[in-house]
Design a protein around this ligand. Sequence first.
Ligand SMILES: [Zn+2]
Length: 689
Amino acid sequence: MAQSKSPSRYTITAALPYTNGPLHIGHLAGVYVPADIYVRYLRAKGREVVFIGGSDEHGVAISMKAKKDGVTPKEVIDKYHGIIQRSFVEFGISFDNYSRTSAPVHHRTASDFFRKLYDQGDFIEEETQQLYDEKADQFLADRFVVGSCPKCGHPEAYGDQCENCGSSLNATDLIEPRSTISGTVPTLKKTKHWFLPLERYEAFLRTWILEGHRADWKPNVYGQCKSWLDDGLKPRAVTRDLDWGIPVPVEGAEGKVLYVWFDAPIGYISSTVEWAKREGKDWEPYWKDRDTKLVHFIGKDNIVFHCIIFPSMLKAHGDFILPDNVPANEFLNLEGNKLSTSKNWAVWLHEYLLEFPQMQDVLRYTLTANAPETKDNDFTWKDFQARNNNELVAILGNFINRVGVLTEKYYQGRVPEPDGLRPVDLQTLAALRDFPATLADSLERYRFREGSQQLMNLARLGNKYLADEEPWKLIKTEPERVRTVMYVALQIAAALAVLGEPFLPFTSKKLKAILQLPHDRDDWDGVGRERELLPAGHALGKNELLFRKIEDSEIQKQLDKLEATKKTNAQTTRSLPLEKQAISYDDFAKMDMRVGTILEAEKMPKANKLLVLKVDTGLDVRTIVSGIAESFSPEDILGKKVTVLVNLAPRNLRGVESQGMILMTQDGEGKLVFLNPDNDQVENGETIN
Ligand SMILES: [Zn+2]
């Protein structure tokens, strides 16, 4: 049930990033930026909150990457855990604790969790036939088997899921399975595993989610849960045959580890335990007290694990509370294409931080203003530039700069004493006091995108107020009026510093320094109260620009980088035409191919692709029109030895009769290449057979 009264404390988790690669904007937009906004908001409201994160370091993908790179799994996870953790810190994702699932505290916590369920009889123990790669001498994890989907026929379905129709699969259901490790056809081999019989929790899940959270869970999350439940739940293996992970803590389980999806969510608990120990706190209320609000921030690919499997585990265990909400986002695309780590189609966080130093908030803002909250969305560099130049610079930055400059100029940087408030001033201050509640309402409902626009509306309110009151015109004629106007404008600036903190923490910090915002005014609810955030006579700090304009050249550089990635991908993933139907030798023998030499070449007028060639075929010198002008200029190919199909029926191309064809192939970038004899001594007219 959604809690009606204010919870005693909050446990906020963000999906554990997998340590087989660095972070990209998809991770940030889907999980970490919204989670961080929510947590910073709760802190500004004075709520008790712990923000939990960590690296997910087990699983077959890490073990395989290590094998492929010829290093140990530990080297793989250490490398990426380091990169990921540093990027989070630099980007301002304000975890109270960032742990890792290779930590002893996690091995212990996950082991104990498994053991309790095992002792309670919550698992089914079963000997099954599993796919085995004889060549690689190992059992095949689901992700390392591909084959045709039994439901839709998609030829590249994975052993656990078909990405075409979304069906969840068993590896043994795949039609014509093959190992992605060795490419061989896997065999079946007996092995013992433990399963969590999810069907036992179906009734509980139906009541808890379908009845209890119909109103407060996002439709995309609720819908996915409903479809899982309507499909019927089945036992799910919680152990794996693998040499990397948490050993299964029971007898007869040698060589087996906990399935990464069993151990990873327990990582939230271990990370909380680690945090509490360091801070001298008790971790248990954060996971066991019913007055705690637990919220999991995740991407949509993790919904089933956080809404079906982990809650079933928590329910089975019996000591734990369940999540109040799982506000999963949809996916972010990049310039119209799906983000992909393996295809390097991404904006990598660690690269962004280097290329746009001190501009964390610009990315945070863009990803929030365009967040994939209800549907997949697209990140484009043009939008990034426009959000910065037209909103952060032109609206928010411009307002703050005006306020700072004018206060410095007119009052030597001190907040002026207002000289009577007119209706427009009172209305503006009243509108200002509505913002904390309006914004809070959006954030409490996980509508961060809406919240970011409300924040920008507060800056718009300030800009409009200044533009309407025109203090720069009144300063000569009505200086007492200007005192009031600047006083009101400064209150708006201070409100932006407080309410902007969850969205733009670095900017808020700068702004608080510019305003020298008193610490007792630095809280969310204070903005809404009938009091001034900046009292008259208060001295401001040094004024500075909050944002800078982003130039076209900077955006072009990023687009060029993506273009280069596209090219590289085209070379490696180019699909070849299918093999043609078989022909007889007679069919082949009909073709008369000869070695020739290009004697003359010129461009065909008004045709971009065509060159008109004179070719010595040994038999004669003939005219051949060839579509190679985009790859060669005429002077480059004079004297070139080539292969000519001489008995191709003559064709008329743009009024020139072409008597034959030059044989070509192409390189990875699509540039044409001549097929010619491997030896200069071959004479014109020699046949090819
Ligand atoms: Zn399918």
